[in-house]
Write a protein that binds this ligand. Structure first.
Ligand SMILES: Cc1cc2nc3c(=O)[nH]c(=O)nc-3n(C[C@H](O)[C@H](O)[C@H](O)COP(=O)(O)OP(=O)(O)OC[C@H]3O[C@@H](n4cnc5c(N)ncnc54)[C@H](O)[C@@H]3O)c2cc1C
Length: 480
């Protein structure tokens, strides 16, 4: 089956969609097949990295210990310019191509790149003069000296409803914003810089009193500026350490206008949601590939498993599904490329992008989970054994719908941007050449016409329908 050939490598899949894959990215992919995958599998099986909290003299150091190979694996992306290139060129697509290739092998490793870019962009756009130059330069390195970023919003009482659950307080001391509080899910912990959501002290609850702050790992005098209480033991994404962080009179810089805090926080989340969508499709592609290499060799009832009519049809359906998912994810990447430098107040195209990003994050993560489950079923008994790596795909996939905003939040936010910003109309404007029946408009208007309680009750049903239609429309754009 010719269609099966395109799932064998991430570069083949990208090229099928006429995405340029430069030689250096093909070289990166080869390295993963030859060496990287083994390193990544080992790190996954070793589990949670080790936190060394104190040195032998009793000083707090909060060092995160990994095998050396981990750093070799991680720095490869930075050497390719995964963060530097988008900032220097003003074009994000290389970041997404590297992300697609990385996630085929290790979706957790795409997280450090994503949160680093999601730190670099707000520094580039919003950091005060002097601070911008000082820190951005460190993040644009293409060697082991490069500084990494992180994005910490969630606290112990919840990540969905930041307006109510963020208890970290920020107070200006005349030079720094001083932060006190705790972050409960802090991925890429140990990073030299983080962007952190905190509430302006003395202001009430709600999203309007939130700001986004730049937090260096070390204080001006060289002491630790944030503390790692522990590293979490997770079912997947073990190639990125996720910790609990304590902020104790931590020195930080406010990013952007105080009144726009929540919008700037959402800009950061938008980047990672699109990255999540791109990574989800790559993982689903890998899951199909792992199903293929088993089914083409395994015998049952006198033939190779792959040759049974039921199995052939399922392979065909799965590949068709991930192609549509890719079109959705890639279009959201292309639209983000067009809006990531916008600041409030935003254009209509930005609202169209936001709607598409919610659809993509929601829909592709679900496809990734379902496809990994299916791949395990095809591998059957072999699929559940830790030693062959197929069960890992399902563990990795299960994180994708949850971090960067759960499916409930994605569908409710998609409904909100339709109702408040007419985002469906703007998305239709963007895609109308491929939507002659005006399906995007029809579904959007139907959602708008529902009374509020009903809109929420049925949000997942309507948004699933919209995501599916939009992906059908987009596949025409990409493959016709
Ligand atoms: C591996 C991993 C790494 C992470 N890394 C980071 C990180 O680096 N930085 C960071 O800030 N966060 C991080 N997170 C946290 C993640 O963003 C949150 O888990 C997520 O936003 C959901 O928050 P919560 O887990 O507190 O669930 P809650 O917000 O408590 O939600 C609980 C449930 O209620 C549902 N719900 C909420 N509101 C509604 C509603 N209106 N209607 C219906 N249902 C609703 C949710 O969908 C969910 O099912 C990470 C999470 C994981 C799993």
């Amino acid at each position: 089956m010719e269609m099966l050939d395109i799932v064998s490598k991430p570069s083949k899949f990208l090229k099928h969609f006429k995405v340029d894959v430069e030689d250096e990215l093909e070289g990166y992919e080869d390295w993963w097949f030859e060496e990287g995958l083994k390193i990544s599998e080992n790190i996954d099986r070793l589990g949670t990295p080790h936190l060394r909290m104190f040195d032998r003299f009793g000083n707090r150091i909060d060092e995160i210990l990994y095998p050396k190979e981990y750093w070799d694996m991680l720095y490869r992306g930075y050497k390719l310019g995964v963060v530097a290139d988008p900032i220097e060129s003003g074009n994000l697509l290389k970041f997404f191509k590297i992300g697609y290739i990385t996630s085929f092998f290790d979706p957790g490793l795409y997280c450090p790149y994503t949160v680093s870019l999601s730190t670099a962009i707000p520094i580039y756009k919003y950091a005060p003069e002097g601070i911008r130059e000082k820190y951005l330069e460190r993040m644009l390195g293409r060697d082991e000296e490069v500084w990494q970023g992180a994005t910490w919003m969630t606290e112990a009482k919840g990540g969905s409803d930041l307006g109510n659950t963020v208890e970290t307080l920020a107070e200006f001391d005349g030079k720094f914003w001083i932060l006190n509080g705790e972050k409960y899910f802090a991925s890429n912990v140990g990073a030299q810089l983080a962007v952190v959501a905190a509430r302006f002290k003395g202001e009430g609850k709600g999203v309007r009193s939130l700001g986004l702050f730049l937090l260096p790992r070390y204080r001006e005098n060289g002491e630790l500026n944030y503390f790692v209480r522990r590293i979490k033991d997770k079912i997947g994404t073990r190639s990125v350490p996720t910790g609990e962080v304590e902020l104790k009179n931590s020195q930080a810089y406010l990013l952007g206008d105080k009144n726009n805090g929540i919008y700037i926080i959402l800009e950061v989340l938008n980047i990672s949601r699109v990255a999540n969508a791109v990574g989800s499709v790559a993982l689903a592609q890998r899951a199909i590939y792992e199903a293929y290499i088993f089914a083409k060799e395994r015998f049952a009832f006198g033939r190779k498993v792959l040759e049974h009519p039921l199995m052939k049809r399922q392979f065909y359906d799965r590949i068709s599904l991930i192609m549509k998912a890719f079109a959705l994810a890639w279009e959201s990447a292309i639209m983000l490329n067009g809006v990531f430098l916008e600041k409030p107040p935003y254009s209509n195209f930005y609202h169209a992008f936001r709607l598409l990003a919610h659809l993509a994050k929601f829909w592709t993560a679900e496809i990734s989970v379902q496809t990994s489950k299916w791949s395990m079923e095809v591998n059957a008994g072999m699929g559940v054994l830790g030693e062959y790596g197929v069960e890992r795909l399902l563990r990795e996939a299960m994180i994708l719908p949850i971090w960067e905003g759960t499916p409930h939040r994605q569908v409710l936010d998609a409904v909100e941007v339709i109702v408040k910003k007419d985002a469906h109309k703007h998305l239709y404007e963007h895609l109308k050449d491929y939507d002659p029946e005006g399906e995007i408009l029809k579904i959007g208007e139907e959602i708008k016409s529902l009374e509020e309680e009903k809109r929420e009750t049925l949000a997942d049903i309507y948004i699933s329908q919209l995501a599916e239609r939009v992906s059908n429309i987009l596949i025409k754009k990409y493959l016709s």
